[in-house]
Design a protein around this ligand. Sequence first.
Ligand SMILES: *Cc1c(COP(=O)(O)O)cnc(C)c1O
Length: 373
Amino acid sequence: MYLIPAQIGDAIDQIETPALVIDLDAFDRNVERMAAFGRQSGMRIRPHAKTHKCPSIARRQMSAGAVGQCCQKVGEAEALVRGGIQDVLVTNEIIGTQKLRRLASLASEAAIGLCFDAREQVEAASQAAVDIGVTLDALVEIDVGMQRCGVPPGPAARELALRIAEAPGLAFRGLQAYHGEAQHLPTFEEREAAIARAAEAVRATRETLDRAGLACSVVSGAGTGTFRLESASGLWDELQVGSYAFMDTEYARIGAQGGGPYAEFEHSLFVLATVMSVPSAEFAVVDAGLKSYSCEKGVPWVHHREDVSVVGVSDEHGKLRVGPLANRLRLGDRVMLIPSHCDPTVNLHDWYVGIRNEKVELLWPISARGASI
Ligand SMILES: *Cc1c(COP(=O)(O)O)cnc(C)c1O
């Protein structure tokens, strides 16, 4: 297990493929760009670790000014706290005594929060926190338009917040208000309209909470596609951006404000693959398929080779079509594939190979890979 794809100091040609590679210059610029946005706007940046699943990356984001990390799973929270992260918000509902006790156990070492959209969850989490002797931060998740988890905005949120405020072992902190579907809407105008509706839901809920005397110290939400909109509304104060650090083709395909593709962040995440068969002048086959990158959002793009496209994907093969004017691909050539969806791609690998100036600078273990319990 855990075959290591490279050694520090290796040239790119020496990296064993398929490998998950980070272009560290692009990655650092992405992290800094978001951090700078946080400083300028006054928004708290709490990056989502479901994207990177890696405490080393979390620590980089924290050194750039992030207030903490988000995650979806108790196992991810455990990996983050083990990796030295002091403030973790599970942006999800957690069901089951065992899981809640594991989460509560982390709260003696770090600030731990989680989301709620039902009374039963409140009772169970309160019990676990009391049993372990800790306090868990609690956010009420409201449905701001994506129709996934969350109570309706307004009175239902207030009722749940009141329950939490009365529950021993829980501290009511505010609202989880994330509109996942808005992130990849194709045009800026559609995203703007979706977040405007979400903002109304947040506004109405905040007013209801105020009238009930419930202090709402945080409204958390947003992603890479909409974070400027939530920030501009004045209703959110914390951004849960994840993909911005890596980008992927799903984000590269949405439109920017004023037209053109969304290019605020750079592609920094790649699957490095090797040509292992050249059956004809038109086709080449690489050693990376579905087990190296996810394809539910489309096949990967070939970095810096617009003349080459991925036309077929199976478990361990990627079939490339080479354009008529192209430099032919030869056996042993390397290509950098840009994943269509960064988060599930990362979850297929054990290591990030960080490269800079054509050399391997670092190896980061993806310690929360597969941590779905
Ligand atoms: C995925 C997710 C995010 C981050 O979204 P990106 O598009 O990757 O920036 C934020 N909050 C929640 C609840 C999420 O599930």
